[in-house]
Design a protein around this ligand. Sequence first.
Ligand code: NDP
Length: 228
Amino acid sequence: MGTYLITGIGRGIGQELTRILLSRGDRVIGTVRDPGQVPAEWEAFVKNGRLELLKLDVRDEASIADAASRVNEPVDVLINNAGIIGPDRQSTLNMDFEGFLDTLRVNTLGPLRVVQAFLPQLRRSPQAKIVTISSRMGSLSYAKSDRIAYRASKAAVNKVMQGLATDLAVDGIAAIAVHPGWVQTDMGGSGADISVQQSAAGLVKLVDRLTLKETGGFFDWQGDAIPF
Ligand code: NDP
């Protein structure tokens, strides 16, 4: 049984991760932008203390600091899940630059800001883990150029995670980036390869067996190492 901090639990992969963890007895501290967004059946978990909701926007450093100040317990696993696909215009030849910056703010700076804010709580866990949901679309080994703002933001967050793995090894904290698969969510669309249940179940298994040996790596939802 552990304490998991997950960003963006109101829908999609974050919501399903939370559902699995609550059902097996873990404690979840979940962040949302709109506290009214979580499933009604979770009210019981809020009441019995197994689920705590924090309002947090990863764009906003003050909201992250405020959320972190409300957590006075060790955090065993931090899952940076919140993310956006980015602006409509994001090809190299027709770029919405403000939208590109916003995508970096959410997908790249957001996870790092959240890690920094919650480091004291992570350091209080004997074997803390940090997992950032990135995307294979950020892999430098693919030459594809659609959605370049999104791809660049995920490539950059992979580098951030590699850096964190190096810098936090001394604390015994493992840090990895993961690809959740192409998943049927608002972001992935209904034609995606796998269900949100398949993705989240695979990710939970991967997180369970993550040790310092894998730190700094990039893995897919089935637990296989994939190229950066
Ligand atoms: P959804 O669009 O279904 O959900 C996105 C989640 O991120 C929501 O909870 C949303 O909250 C939250 N979020 C967005 N912006 C912010 C913000 N500024 N601050 C706080 N929370 C925010 O996406 P998925 O569940 O599909 O994606 C989850 C993660 O998986 C993302 O990082 C995504 O890039 C990644 N991923 C998804 C793939 C897929 O096929 N679905 C493939 C590869 C990677 P709100 O409801 O308030 O908007």
